[in-house]
Write a protein that binds this ligand. Structure first.
Ligand code: ATP
Length: 943
């Protein structure tokens, strides 16, 4: 018989090889189709906006220097398509279906199917092929759902743009921009469309996305020769590139697919692979497992034929049965869907995952470095105090409603009657880019919330921002950057007088001022007075700004840093409150319980930082290191301090990078939040970079692994909880599926070793069990909610392998229990003179019943499940069990299925026996868990 097997085997191997080569070839071709193409010559040739002077651009696009009216913009949007890039073409359904076959497990099954066909075991062969197709169909549907979930999440990250409509600066969806719109740019913005620049102030743009050049380019407004190459068109800003410094404004000249980046279609968001390190590790494990199983099956085949005198064909089927039993066909699909469900659940809790491996890393995070403003606090700023050399002004009210009482030195007053207060409030309004809008009965700020609070204070005092801006038009500015910590503007009134207004961090401003304004006169500055007042405000947790001014005799049209070196007069200090978020306080506490250290890293003053840290409950809130302290420390010194100190103030983005590095040197897994363009390096360096969805720049979002839809610290804590849960659920899937395969394989192996000619399980029955339990039971585990104690344990060690000794031990002994019970009842039935079909039906049902009981064990890896919550807590588990029981009844009692699977009806009493035997696994595993917990506790006590 053996020689007769040679040619079918050879054919099968050939077929598998051809399939593998075909798939590899097809994948390569797909990859090649996806790779980026260079911009074409013609794409560069017919675009000459850079060649046209700004006035002509405005005329050509029928727009004005104040931008479009909303009416005109709406009309244009109907005419042009929305400003979004066409989505990368998703894989076609056929491609996705075919890709399900590119898996070594499936090759083995296909080979088995071919050989079984050649052996003319039609039924077995058709069931094997049927299972391969069902498996592909399941994978196809699940992967489709996972891809849809990811696509929906990506949609949540749609970009915004600041544009002028009806003469007002508004935040718009970037998709709503139309040619002719006037767009405002500031550092950190991703350019939302192709723009012809009208104004620039220190504007630098990094155009790597388009030209590959990562050094930022200084932009200008002058028109350039027509033939200027794309990379040298200084007066243009191209969609998809990033503002790294400065400010600017430009007119939209092309949107969506007509932009330069839109033309390089292949650059559009490549599809991210649905995988993570754990999934890759498991895929590799799957490959090795398959090879080991094939080797085992071959040895068994040889053993059966040579030692036990089985017929080769009979033994071949047995070896196929063994391979099919041991290979966890459903595992890859279950793991992918578990991951996708986790990512969707995180998005539901405001944590949008941009890179999938972050899901796993989140579970190992030991330190979270968080910004203060907006993350731990609400970022709803309100001006509370304005302090001048002689007066102290207090504002009532909260939020952005510009109504509220004002008290001077404790009594109600009109601040505009006081010359110095009036100057301070006017300077705060003029040196400001924010606008206030009443929309749907709600006051909204467009722009920086702190600047918005200054606008609100000005209006409360009786100023009108628009009238003021018309009376003192701005000619130039030095935009705020966190390196220099101030903003300055240059204004002229209609009589020709000019003035500079500056606002910023008090230390920065004090250094620049020689004098201070008081009611009576200009006096030499008294730094002690101001520092004392500043400390007092900051100690209450207020953010403090200083306001300075300088009158000019001449009329310069440009403002430079040198203009601020002399003659600045300090006018006032402004104290703003920004209360901590209540959820953040609870989340900091949850993190502490979960063994995660929270550190606050802020650009704000040390005293403010200390006060807020105390309010949110940071552990070590009294010790504060400032940026200057950090500069004085060498790497070793920093490493020592970084473990204890939880509050860092007046830090720059470079300090953030140093802190992340130092923490990582100490072996910590670090999550770091950031919002500005300069935070990008620290976000990239952190193990999990977290960007702010509302107040974060696009540059920060691009660098981050995760984006917070609500900017809230509590969402990071939630994401950690979900991250831990996803990892738990992946492990639970492994822990559940592998013993099923182990048990089945042991049954077949045992039968061969004992010389049985009638096996307890046939290959098709094994396939039935594997498929049906993977779709029902294992899938239910993907929906497991977080375990009750998930945030009470320390972070997982990133280096810990998935298959720990405890895991291997449980997989091993549960496999043996499953084998013993299944084999035992099979033998029992035979001993009672049952037919082989009936005995096999009992064996299959016992195995399935074992799995049902073991599923409950698997809900918690080490916690007990013998409780109401443990047994009934996951409705999907109950649904899956119900469904599976229905399947098993069909499998046992429906004649078409009996014919297909070789089963027979069994007595109701037999079910009682099956349930009794199968339930043992529930109690044994629970006993093992209890013993393990006890051992762990004793070990901890001893330590
Ligand atoms: P965090 O978000 O961590 O609390 P931050 O990111 O707000 O800090 P920076 O933006 O670097 O910190 O601001 C540092 C300091 O610069 C502030 O404390 C404030 O004094 C000043 N500042 C912030 N924004 C402006 C602005 N728009 N104009 C002038 N000064 C500003």
């Amino acid at each position: 018989m053996l020689p007769a097997l040679d040619w079918p085997l050879a054919l099968a191997i050939l077929l598998v090889c051809a399939l593998a080569v075909g798939l590899i070839f097809w994948r390569r071709r797909r990859a090649a189709n996806l790779s980026p193409q260079a911009p074409t010559e013609s794409a560069q040739a017919d675009r000459s906006w850079h060649h046209i002077p700004t006035e002509a651009v405005l005329a050509a696009l029928e727009t004005a220097e104040q931008g479009l009216s909303s009416e005109d913009a709406r009309r244009r949007l109907d005419h042009y398509r929305p400003n979004s890039l066409p989505e990368a073409k998703p894989r076609s359904a056929l491609e996705r279906f075919l890709s399900q076959f590119s898996n070594i497990l499936i090759y083995v099954l296909l080979a088995a199917g071919v050989v079984t066909t050649l052996l003319q075991h039609w039924l077995d062969a058709s069931v094997i092929f049927g299972v391969v197709i069902i498996n592909a169909a399941i994978g196809f549907v699940q992967e489709g759902k996972a891809e849809d979930a990811l696509r929906a999440i990506r949609g949540m990250l749609s970009p915004h743009a600041m544009a002028w409509r009806d003469g007002r600066l508004l935040t718009l969806d970037a998709a709503d921009l139309v040619p002719g719109d006037l767009v405002q740019l500031q550092s950190g913005d991703k350019i939302p469309a192709d723009l012809r620049l009208l104004r620039v102030k220190g504007l630098q743009i990094e155009e790597a996305a388009l030209t590959g050049e990562s050094v930022p380019i200084d932009k200008a407004v002058a028109a350039l020769p027509r033939e200027t190459a794309l990379a040298d068109r200084l007066c243009m800003a191209y969609s998809g590139t990033l503002v790294t410094h400065g400010q600017g404004a430009g007119i939209v000249v092309a949107t969506g697919a007509s932009t330069e980046i839109g033309r390089i279609s292949a650059l559009v968001a490549g599809v991210e692979q649905l995988t993570t390190p754990l999934l890759r590790q498991m895929a590799q494990f799957g490959t090795w497992l398959t090879i080991a199983i094939l080797a085992l099956a071959s040895v068994t085949f040889a053993f059966g034929v040579l030692v036990r005198d089985y017929l080769a064909s009979e033994m071949f089927l047995a070896a196929v049965g063994l391979a099919v039993a041991a290979i966890p066909e459903g595992l890859p699909a279950i793991m992918t869907i578990t991951l996708a469900i986790g990512v969707r659940r995180m998005a539901g809790r405001n944590a949008i995952i941009r890179r999938l491996p972050a899901v796993e890393t989140l579970g190992t995070v030991g330190v979270i470095c968080s910004d203060k403003t907006g993350t731990l606090t609400r970022n709803e700023m309100t001006v509370r105090h304005v302090v001048t050399a002689d007066r102290d002004l207090t504002f009532s009210g909260a939020g952005y409603d510009p109504h509220g009482a004002i008290y001077c030195d404790g009594k109600t007053c009109s601040p505009l009657e006081d010359g110095v207060l009036s100057e301070a409030l006017q300077a705060a309004l003029l040196c400001n880019d924010a606008t206030l809008e009443l929309a749907n009965d709600e006051w909204r700020v467009h722009g920086d919330p702190m600047e918005g609070a200054l606008v609100v204070a000005g209006i409360k005092a009786g100023l009108d921002p628009e009238t003021l801006a018309k009376a003192f038009p701005r000619s130039d500015l030095i935009p705020f950057e966190s390196e220099h910590k101030f903003m300055a503007t240059l204004h002229h009134d209609h009589s020709g007088a000019a003035a500079i207004f500056v606002k910023g961090a008090p230390e920065a401003i004090l250094d620049m001022c020689g004098h201070q304004r008081s009611q009576a006169q200009l006096t030499a500055i008294d730094p002690d007075f101001w520092l004392r007042r500043m400390e007092a405000l900051a100690a209450e947790g207020q953010r403090v700004l200083a306001i300075a001014a300088k009158s000019l005799d001449m009329q310069p049209m440009e403002l430079n840093f040198e203009d601020l070196e002399e003659g600045l007069v300090l006018v006032a200090l402004v104290g703003l409150i920004d209360p901590p978020r209540t959820e953040a306080i609870a989340a900091v506490e949850a993190c502490t319980r979960a063994g995660i250290r929270v550190k606050m890293i802020t650009g704000d003053h040390a005293a403010t930082a200390r006060a807020i840290a105390g309010q949110v409950g940071l552990r070590n809130s009294d010790r504060v290191l400032t940026g200057r302290d950090l500069d004085a420390l060498d790497e070793d010194g920093l490493e020592q301090q970084v473990a204890d100190v939880d509050v860092y103030a007046r830090v720059t983005p470079e300090h953030k990078l140093r802190l992340v590095r130092s923490l990582q040197e100490r072996g910590q897994v670090v999550a770091m939040t950031g919002d500005g363009v300069n935070d990008a390096p620290a976000l990239k360096r952190a193990d999990v970079g977290v960007a702010m969805g509302i107040n974060g720049t696009e540059a920060a979002k691009e660098a981050a692994e995760m984006v917070l839809a609500d900017d809230n610290f509590a969402s990071i804590a939630n994401a950690v909880e979900e991250g831990r849960t996803v990892y738990d659920n992946l492990k639970k899937a492994i822990l559940f599926i592998l013993p099923t395969n182990g048990g089945e394989a042991l049954v077949v192996l045992g039968a061969i070793l004992l010389g049985f000619h009638e096996f307890p399980l046939t290959p098709v029955q094994i396939l039935w069990v594997n498929m049906i339990t993977a779709v029902t039971l294992a899938l239910a585990l993907a929906f497991e909610p977080p375990e009750p104690g998930v945030m009470n344990r320390s972070p997982r060690n990133a280096r810990e392998p998935v298959l720990t000794p405890l895991f291997l031990w449980r997989i091993g002994y549960v496999s043996i229990i499953l084998m013993a019970g299944t084999f035992g009842l099979f033998l029992w039935e035979l001993a009672q003179d049952a037919s082989i079909e009936a005995a096999r039906t009992v064996a299959v049902n016992t195995l399935v019943m074992f799995e049902i009981f073991y599923l409950f064990n698997s809900r918690y890896i080490s916690a007990p499940v013998l409780s109401r919550e443990g047994l009934l807590g996951n409705p999907y588990v109950l649904l899956a069990v119900g469904l599976l029981l229905l399947f098993q009844l069909g499998f046992t009692y429906l004649s078409p299925l009996q014919a297909l699977f070789g089963t027979a009806a069994i007595d109701p009493l037999v079910w009682v026996r099956i349930v009794l035997v199968a339930s043992t696994v529930l109690f044994i595993v629970e006993a093992e868990k209890a013993a393990t917990r006890w051992l762990k506790r004793s070990r901890e006590q001893l330590a």
